[in-house]
Design a binder for this molecule. Structure first.
Ligand code: IPM
Ligand code: MN
Length: 339
């Protein structure tokens, strides 16, 4: 009998291709999954008008985990209004499943020197249920000359403290034991103050952790010039969104960047997805790099407690130098074989 019931949201564009390779690699570990495919994303929306039906969400809540490929229409398409899928599907899942930790590890594979930087090994912990993503705000006199738009940022002591504590625990489990807070406390003097005080308070529980602080703009410079000054970073939702795209680019390319949307309290399934998007322009060409999705699969296995299987995938990824121009399924096969 399958040990875990896993929802698959292949989604749009290259999403289904990279999820296919991920399942191939997971099967090679011997961990048995019962998979349930969910037809969600731009395609489904355009066909039926559905984004995430309540009944589907309810079913997803009973799963052990969710693997998501990518969601979104082709760039420039006007058929899906901006925000419909982001708010209605991706963020709704993050909020409803209380996936308050967005963990994004950046590890440069051996032999990978596209940017001729030193190999990176750091983790960004991005708060995933609050900040500007909470959607506070609105319009006044919309469409008139005097229109006003406000977009607030929600920062609760509870929400900040739980993600900061998770980051301290993670830093504690790593050899360097170093944690940086990234924010913009010099300008966001309310939210920044709450984050900094919370960070300092939790730090008292972890005297063995070395702590530091960077403003987010300076963190961008460090990330390009000397990323290894960081070990674990904890940051707010929007800063984490932007910073992790930069981390992806400088650590070897966004095709390698994995992420885990975690509910550490395990009151429901966690969701695992590559950081990259649907890349409709390369669908069917074999150019999609499945490594980010496969790494996300390894994060899923690890979170489910299948540490040995996760380690085998990570070791296979480390051993395997992706040949220039290798096709999606060739990469998946090669990794599955090494596993
Ligand atoms: C990400 C994505 C999402 C985000 C979008 C698609 C809503 O960019 O996972 O980083 O902003 O969080
Ligand atoms: Mn993003």
């Amino acid at each position: 009998m399958a040990r875990y019931k896993v929802g698959l949201i292949g989604g749009d564009g290259i999403g289904p291709e990279v999820i296919g390779e991920t399942i191939k690699v997971i099967e090679a570990t011997g961990v048995e999954l019962e998979t349930v495919a969910y037809d969600l994303g731009a395609d489904r929306y355009l066909r039926t008008g559905d984004v995430l039906p309540d009944a589907t969400l309810l079913e997803i809540k009973s799963l052990d985990a969710v693997l998501l490929g990518a969601v979104g229409p082709p760039i420039g398409s006007t058929q899906v209004p901006s925000g419909i899928l982001e708010r209605g599907l991706l963020l709704r899942l993050r909020f409803e499943l209380d996936l308050y930790v967005n963990m994004r590890p950046f590890v440069t594979p051996r032999g990978w020197n596209r940017f001729r930087i030193e190999p990176m090994d750091l983790v960004v912990i991005r708060e995933n249920t609050e900040g500007t993503y909470a959607g506070e705000g609105g319009f006044l006199r919309k469409g008139t000359e005097h229109e006003v738009a406000t977009q607030g940022s929600v920062n609760t002591r509870f929400g900040v403290e739980r993600v900061v504590r998770y980051a301290f625990e993670l830093a504690d489990s790593r050899p360097r034991k170093h944690l940086s807070l990234v924010h913009k406390t010099n300008v966001l003097t309310y939210a920044g103050d709450l984050w900094q005080r919370t960070f300092n308070d939790v730090a008292n529980e972890f005297p063995e952790i070395d702590t530091a602080y960077s403003h987010v703009d300076a963190a961008c410079i460090h990330m390009v010039e000397n990323p290894n000054r960081y070990d674990v970073i904890v940051t707010d939702n929007l800063f984490g969104d932007i910073l992790t795209d930069l981390c992806g680019a400088v650590s070897g390319g966004i095709g390698l960047a994995a992420s885990a949307n975690l509910n550490p309290d395990r009151t429901g399934p966690s969701l695992f997805e590559p950081v990259h998007g649907a890349a409709h322009d390369i669908v069917g060409t074999g150019k999609a790099n499945p490594v980010a999705a496969i790494r996300s699969g390894a994060l899923m296995l690890e979170f489910l407690g299948e540490k040995e299987a996760a380690m085998r995938i990570n070791r296979a990824l480390e051993e395997y130098e992706i040949p220039e121009g290798a096709k999606t399924s060739t990469i998946g096969d090669a990794i599955a074989e090494r596993v």
